[in-house]
Design a protein around this ligand. Structure first.
Ligand SMILES: *Cc1c(COP(=O)(O)O)cnc(C)c1O
Length: 421
């Protein structure tokens, strides 16, 4: 459910016409709905109630500080995977005690910065990381609260590039070694063991792999308690998928996910933490683009847009599908035509969709990519020296640019020619 609907034949973000934003900021741009972000956060928050819990938004899915602020105002925690994301969460007004630090390659500098400014817990992914964290914390006279990210060896049945819970993936410690490593952790001076963490992948469309993982988590938590650890927090990761097309079968709802979580883990007396990214931000954003040319090819016609793979990489990186819709609704009875939808970047991979049925479109017509709020702007680059595109936030009848398009002067000023050249 989102807040991007046609009104009087024109696509709106909440109460603002997309055309109006395009006229002011130029295309391409991302636009987010504050109401959709809020709604998705609340749905998750309710799904875990009444158990003690914290919904930690996965900042990597959309890290704009204004987006984080919308969620922070509702009391959200944040899951960050770098010192940079941690700084964004702080800048959005999230207190350190609500920020979880995940990721396989935390550096000493990142650990020290985060310990200095406050952290809910580190989700530690390896023995060497544990040793370094203990050393850094102890040298600062601090104790780092940690969970160990345990790799449950379950098949998340999602795209291989976003599957993280199989034993061959780089993430976490093997579940078979968990008790041994917990024992070591408990003996370290700079470490306080608070719980267990898992994150098995992204865009999961079935509850079964989650349930398999959480069942293993339950057994492990009980075994760890037997070993004398005070296991009081369970971090369940993120990963619940969203419907990228209206025609496909919908993934499970947060309420169904929450019911399963409470059934499997609810009686352990642990605080539950989840780290949803895509499900909160994905359908809260559109990428809006203009048609540059309609080019007749052999056996197919191309719709050449001003957005490209550098702005939204998911189709070329994961073969992902995004619904593409005209901003001005097609008149009833017009027959859609198949188009290959492409961008201007000099790569064949710069293809958003093949043989996509779209109404007849002209140069300068606006189109919108749905479900572009997660892993969209955050993965953008300036490949082909195409400036990072602006991000816009809508709330009710107001909108604001929340990240401006850089000028070419700004882009060029980042390079320097050494004196000796
Ligand atoms: C990517 C990631 C998430 C969020 O995944 P979504 O599929 O966007 O919900 C949560 N936790 C960790 C550790 C991640 O790496």
């Amino acid at each position: 459910m989102d807040h991007f609907l046609y009104r009087n034949g024109e696509l709106h973000a909440e109460d603002v016409a997309i055309r109006e934003i395009a006229a002011e900021v130029g295309t391409p741009f991302y636009v987010y709905s504050a109401a959709t972000l809020e709604r998705h956060f609340r749905v998750f928050d309710e799904a875990l109630s009444p158990n003690p819990h914290l919904v930690c938004f996965a900042v990597k899915s959309n890290s704009n500080v204004a987006v984080l602020r919308v969620l922070a105002k509702l009391g959200a925690g944040m899951d960050v995977v770098s010192g940079g994301e941690y700084r964004r969460a702080l800048a959005a007004g999230v207190p350190g005690e609500k920020i979880v630090f995940s990721g396989v390659g935390k550096t000493r500098e990142e650990m020290a910065f985060v310990l200095e400014h406050g952290v809910r817990q580190f989700n530690v992914e390896s023995e060497p990381e544990l040793l370094v964290l203990s050393e850094v914390a102890a040298s600062m006279g601090k104790v780092a609260p940690i969970t160990l990210r345990v790799n449950p060896d379950v098949d998340a049945k999602t795209h291989e590039k976003i599957s993280t819970g199989k034993s061959e993936n780089k993430f976490g410690i093997p579940i078979a070694k968990a008790r041994e490593i917990y024992k070591m952790a408990a003996g370290l001076p700079g470490i306080d063991v608070v719980g267990v963490d898992m994150h098995i992948g992204s865009q999961l469309t079935d509850l079964a792999p989650f349930e398999e993982a959480y069942t293993k988590m339950r057994a492990l938590a009980l075994a760890l308690r037997e070993d004398g650890h005070n296991i009081r927090r369970l971090d369940l990761g993120g990963g619940l998928g969203i419907p990228y097309t209206r025609s496909n079968e919908a993934p499970p709802l947060p309420a169904e996910y929450g019911a399963m979580v409470k059934r499997v883990l609810g009686d352990l007396g642990c605080e539950l933490e989840i780290e949803p990214g895509r499900l909160i931000s994905g359908n809260a954003g559109l990428l809006v683009s203009s048609v540059i040319y309609v080019k007749e090819g052999e056996g197919r016609d191309f719709l050449i847009l001003d957005a490209a793979m550098n702005d939204l990489v998911r189709p070329s990186m994961y073969g992902a599908h995004h619904d593409i819709i005209p901003v001005i609704e097609a008149e009833a009875g017009t027959e859609p035509q198949p188009f290959d939808v492409v961008g201007p970047v000099c790569e064949t991979g710069d293809t958003f969709a093949k043989a996509r049925a779209l109404p007849a479109l002209q140069p300068e017509d606006l189109v919108a990519f749905r479900s572009a709020g997660a892993y969209g702007a955050v993965m953008a680059s300036e490949y082909n020296t195409r400036p990072l595109i602006p991000e816009v936030m809508v709330s009710g009848d107001q909108f604001a640019v929340i990240r401006a398009r850089p000028t070419f002067d700004e882009i060029l000023a980042r390079d320097t020619i050494p004196q000796w050249l």
